[in-house]
Ligand binder design. Structure first.
Ligand code: DX5
Ligand code: ZN
Length: 221
């Protein structure tokens, strides 16, 4: 499995965002950009203008995670604003297949995310159409929460089907990924790990991100 690491900047220092990213850039493949609308989740985060500004810097590809209502209306705007990959929540989408098509028409990657209470069976028919399946390992809304181990069953189920059907779909886990949990995630079949506070709240983010990357690579199947 080819491991990809994404840094979630939600809990990075917002006033020094560029420096925060540059600190960890050698150990990451993607910047994970959490968009929250205070409706789909009880928090408000970043919007398109920051995404555009980050994309102009060309530090790393941008992975937009849309925790918003009505992604049917907004998802393409984030692709246009510079996201290289756009992930929307199944629970919020009226017509997931149309969103997938629209984003692919803009030549961007597409992901579908599921919250903890959404089952793998509810999303599995979309697997042949998408590039990323995001299995949330916390209730979306905030960084720094505890990893929910029981979500790994969904990761295992997805990995089995992806292998069986020889699909090119990355399995992303997001929420509570850190020193105690990253190996469990890769051992279950996740290959795209989102790391937020485990690196940015550490005293040496650069070192923490590097160690986490090494742990993920060493434990991958
Ligand atoms: C949670 C966000 C995550 C979060 C990850 O709703 O989608 O990307 O910022 O942060 P940690 O790693 O601190 O759980
Ligand atoms: Zn996220």
């Amino acid at each position: 499995m080819d491991i990809k690491i994404a840094a979630s900047i939600l809990n990075a220092d917002p006033i020094n965002l560029e420096d925060e990213i540059i600190k960890v850039q050698e150990s990451i493949d993607w910047i994970h950009f959490d968009v929250m609308d205070n409706h789909f989740v009880p928090n408000l985060s970043f919007g398109k203008s920051l995404l555009e500004a980050l994309s102009r810097k060309r530090i790393k590809p941008l992975d937009a995670h849309l925790m918003i209502e009505n992604p049917d209306l907004w998802a393409c705007d984030f692709a246009d604003a510079g996201a290289d990959s756009v992930t929307f929540h199944l629970e919020a989408a009226k017509d997931p297949q149309k969103i997938i098509k629209d984003i692919h028409n803009l030549n961007k990657r597409v992901g579908v995310a599921i919250k903890p209470r959404t089952t793998y069976d509810q999303v599995k028919e979309l697997l042949p159409l998408i590039d990323v399946l995001l299995v949330m390992t916390v209730e979306p809304g905030f960084g720094g929460q505890k990893f929910m181990d029981d979500m790994l069953l969904k990761v295992e189920q997805a990995r089995k089907d992806i292998t069986k059907s020889d699909l090119d779909v990355w399995i992303q886990v997001d929420g509570g990924v850190g020193f105690q949990t990253i190996e469990k995630a890769t051992q279950s079949g996740a290959d795209f790990l989102v790391v937020g506070s485990a690196a940015f709240a550490a005293s040496e983010p650069e070192k923490a991100m590097k160690q986490l990357r090494n742990l993920a690579i060493a434990s991958a199947k």
